[in-house]
Design a protein around this ligand. Structure first.
Ligand SMILES: C[S@@+](CC[C@H](N)C(=O)[O-])C[C@H]1O[C@@H](n2cnc3c(N)ncnc32)[C@H](O)[C@@H]1O
Length: 294
């Protein structure tokens, strides 16, 4: 990189990403340059002539090479924002997606309703990954408590570390378990963004997802619905009488997932759309008479 000022480097990185056909080339360039140089967006506007030190240029060049080889920008940075929280990523955690914020929105009014009557709300997050869903709920509902479950030690370590950094560690605990296997007790809310991609579709996913998100976080079995069957069958043993189950689903899975839950006696209470207007979140109740806050 010949001109080593902040403005020039940003332009060069942006051009390299655009030429490689990277979606969101502008944003990725800015995130990488700001992260490696410790600058802000304001710095690039007010001080574009700032000289960057050689070790910063080296770090930017390395990050650019990783992005050009297909690694997603947040994997390179090592963290991603979710519901306004900075969450660290690790090799076995899924990068939390904006659509999953809808799951937090869907559950929050119910959690607040439970807190008003019971003083707390017990949440079980199945397949917690970075802890995204549980930690966002705990951050928004300061009297709630959550247990994050995962099969991956690496994910549980990362979720605990995220909880600690966010000051939520005293209300968050983790259990290594295959779904409900090692879970004891009952919860007001069971929430999950399970793996829901059909196994045969995985090789066709964008390389950013296929090569960098852990397969275990994506693969939902032959029809993508394996985990919904487990949750629908076993939730009853772990829910209080007026508890709810809220799950994220694939864009075309609403009817099938509703059927799986209905077969086990759960009533569909709410459907929530994602940012692209697909049914993305389903909320189930045990009783038709229960009233949920919208
Ligand atoms: C789609 S990711 C969701 C991660 C996080 N909740 C989020 O929304 O960003 C699914 C998670 O389920 C975990 N998982 C896969 N199989 C599991 C199993 N048998 N038992 C518990 N967790 C499992 C994966 O390790 C992964 O963290």
């Amino acid at each position: 990189m010949a001109d080593q000022t902040l403005g020039a480097i940003l332009r060069q990185v942006r051009a390299a990403f655009a030429q490689a056909g990277i979606d969101g080339a502008d944003l990725d360039a800015r995130l990488i340059v700001e992260h490696c140089s410790g600058t802000t967006r304001t710095d690039s506007i007010t001080d574009p002539g700032r000289e960057l030190a050689p070790q910063i240029i080296d770090a930017i060049e390395m990050a650019v090479a990783r992005r050009l080889s297909g690694e997603p920008v947040h994997r390179i940075l090592g963290f991603r924002e979710f519901y306004g929280l900075k969450l660290h990523l690790s090799p076995e955690t899924l990068e939390p997606r904006p659509d999953t914020e809808t799951l937090v929105d869907a559950v929050l009014p119910f959690a607040e309703q439970v807190i008003e009557t019971k003083g707390t709300c017990r949440i079980l997050d199945l397949g917690t990954g970075t802890g995204a869903i549980a930690l966002a709920l705990l951050h928004e509902a300061p009297k709630a408590e959550a247990v994050g479950v995962d099969i991956s030690d690496d994910a549980l370590e990362t979720a605990n570390e995220n909880a600690r950094r966010l000051g939520l560690g005293n209300r968050f605990s983790t259990v290594k378990s295959s779904w409900f296997e090692k879970i004891e007790g009952r919860f007001d809310v069971i929430v999950s963004n399970p793996p829901y991609i059909r196994s045969q579709v995985i090789p066709t996913l964008q390389r950013e997802v296929r090569d960098f998100d852990p397969i275990r976080a994506l693969d939902g079995g032959a029809d993508g619905l394996d985990t919904y069957r487990v949750i629908a069958t076993e939730a009853d043993r772990h829910l209080v009488a007026d508890g709810i189950v809220a799950v994220e689903i694939g864009f075309d899975q609403a009817a099938e997932v509703e059927k799986i839950f209905a077969k086990e006696g759960h009533f569909l209470a709410q459907k929530h759309l994602d940012l692209e207007k697909y049914d993305r979140i389903l909320v189930f109740l045990r009783s038709k008479n229960q009233v949920l806050r919208p």
